[in-house]
Design a binder for this molecule. Structure first.
Ligand SMILES: CSCCC(=O)/C(O)=C/O
Ligand SMILES: [Fe+2]
Ligand code: NI
Length: 186
């Protein structure tokens, strides 16, 4: 189930949670965050490589590339038994920004995006089929959890792919981790 909790950025215990998809969209729209449910209706084998995944999702990727002029695309994923899971998780855990506008499409599994906009934090649990955009310059972090299980298509408006500028803030440590958030809403 997709979910959103909106917190004051100084009150991580005082959030409002939205579970209805259109309520989530309505909360995110003023931030220029696009949140959509796409059909991820392909049963891809676990060992499908990046090319096979991009081929399977050619049509929706082409549509997005035309709409936004994306210049690069990749597939990122993690599984619970991957030896590098802790290192990859750590990479996205601290607050950062990107200079470019980005889109993420969860073809499998789930993960927690948290956006810090003005004086609020928006924790968004994305699941299979969810498409989320992160506006250029929006402060955010991403937690895949202790036992990550997801695959995601990422579209970038620069040819360089994923480039992050870390803000130096430790705010992400004060807000729910993926595992705590899932426990809270389930
Ligand atoms: C869910 S895609 C992996 C994380 C990522 O690309 C990103 O930009 C996190 O902030
Ligand atoms: Fe990002
Ligand atoms: Ni990021």
């Amino acid at each position: 189930m997709s979910a959103l909790t909106v917190y004051p950025d100084n009150a991580p215990n005082n959030g409002n949670t939205y579970l209805d998809f259109s309520d989530i969209q309505a909360q995110l729209e003023p931030l220029n965050v696009r949140f959509e449910r796409w059909s991820a209706g392909f049963a891809l084998p676990d060992d499908a490589d990046q090319d096979a995944i991009l081929q399977a999702y050619r049509q929706p990727i082409d549509r997005l590339q035309k709409e936004y002029g994306f210049q690069s695309v990749d597939v990122i994923g993690m599984s619970p038994n991957h030896p590098e899971k802790a290192a990859l998780r750590q990479k996205f855990l601290s607050e950062h920004i990107h200079d470019d506008f980005e889109v993420r499409f969860f073809i499998e599994g789930r993960g927690l995006f948290s956006l810090h906009v003005d004086d609020k934090v928006y924790c968004i649990l994305c699941e299979q089929g969810d498409l989320i955009s992160v506006p250029a310059g929006a402060k955010h972090w991403f937690d895949m959890g202790k036992n990550p299980n997801f695959r995601c298509i990422r579209l970038f408006t620069t040819p360089d792919g994923w480039v992050a500028n870390f803000t130096g803030s430790n705010i992400s440590e004060q807000f729910p981790s993926f595992d705590d958030y899932v426990q809270q809403i389930e």
